[in-house]
Design a protein around this ligand. Structure first.
Ligand code: F6R
Length: 239
C-alpha cells in the first residue's frame, strides 16, 4: 500500500496522471469507476485532460462498482445518470463500452453475471475506490465476506443516512443496491483509493492500521499487492 497525503486538488491531478499513463500504454484498458462526492475532482480533471487532447478514452472499457436497486438510468440519483453527467458525457468514451450494474429486476444470479462480463473484458486494470464512513467499499457493508462477487446488498441505516443528502428525504433513499463484491474488487490488477475530509479520518485509520476484518471491508486492501491510497490532510489526521 503506497500512501500519498496531499490537497484534494493535487490528489485529483496525481490520480488523473495514473489514467493518462495507463491509457497511453494500454488504450483499451478496463477501468473500474466509483460514484459519490470523492471522485468528482478526479472526473473533472480527466474531462479537462481529455478536452486538452492529453488522454483518450476512445478504446477504454469501464465497469462501475454499484447501482441502487429500483432506480433506472433516467433517475437523477441513479449511478448511471451520475456517471454520464460527471464523466462519460464529458469524455470521448463510447457509451456502449461503459457498464453500470442494472438496478432494475436484479437478483444475485443476474448480478454474478457482471463478474463474468468483467472477466470477458480481460479483468479490471485500474479500480477506483472511495470509502463509506462505516468502511464500505462499493456497497459492501461491514460483514460482507471477502469472497463475495457482485451481489444484491441491503443498505445499512448509516449508509442510507449518509446518502440522504442527495435525495429529497431519507424515505426516498433506496434500501438495496447491487455491488461488485470484495473479491471482484480485489481481482483488479491495480487500485486507486481516495478519501477526503475529516469525517473519513477514523475509518481511514482503521483501514490502514487496523485488523484485516470483514467488519471493516476496506481493510482487505492491506492484502492487495498494488494499491495507491490518496488522502487529504483532514482524512490523514489520525494516522
Ligand atoms: C459509490 C461507492 C461508495 C462510495 C462511498 C463514499 O460508487 O463505491 O463506496 O465511494 O460511499 O462516498 P462519498 O465519496 O460520497 O463520500
Amino acid at each position: 500500500m503506497r500512501i500519498i497525503v496531499d490537497t484534494p486538488e493535487n490528489i485529483a491531478r496525481l490520480a488523473a496522471k495514473r489514467y493518462v499513463a495507463l491509457l497511453k500504454e494500454k488504450p483499451n484498458a478496463v477501468l473500474g469507476y466509483a460514484t459519490g462526492s470523492t471522485p468528482l475532482g478526479l472526473y473533472g480533471e480527466l474531462a479537462r485532460l481529455n478536452a486538452a487532447g492529453e488522454v483518450s478514452f476512445a478504446d477504454a472499457v469501464t465497469f462501475n462498482l454499484d447501482e441502487y436497486v429500483g432506480l433506472d438510468g433516467t433517475h437523477d440519483q441513479s449511478y448511471r445518470w451520475f456517471m454520464d453527467k460527471n464523466l462519460f458525457d464529458r469524455i470521448d468514451i463510447k457509451k456502449e463500452n461503459t457498464h453500470v450494474p442494472c438496478g432494475i429486476g436484479m437478483t444475485d444470479e443476474k448480478a454474478a453475471g457482471y463478474d463474468r462480463q468483467i472477466e470477458a473484458a480481460g479483468g479490471i486494470d485500474l479500480q477506483l475506490l472511495g470509502i463509506g464512513n462505516n468502511g464500505h467499499i462499493g456497497f459492501n457493508e461491514p460483514g460482507t465476506p471477502f469472497g463475495s462477487v457482485t451481489h444484491v446488498v441491503e443498505l445499512t441505516e448509516s449508509t442510507r443516512q449518509a446518502n440522504a443528502r442527495f435525495f429529497a428525504s431519507i424515505d426516498e433513499v433506496p434500501t438495496a443496491a447491487v455491488s461488485m463484491g470484495i473479491k471482484t474488487v480485489m481481482n483488479a490488477r491495480s487500485i486507486i483509493f481516495i478519501a477526503l475530509g475529516s469525517a473519513k479520518a477514523e475509518i481511514v485509520k482503521k483501514m490502514i492500521c487496523g485488523e484485516v476484518t470483514p467488519e471493516v471491508p476496506a481493510s482487505v486492501l492491506q492484502l492487495h499487492p498494488d494499491v495507491e491510497v490518496y488522502i487529504d490532510h483532514a482524512a490523514a489526521a489520525l494516522l
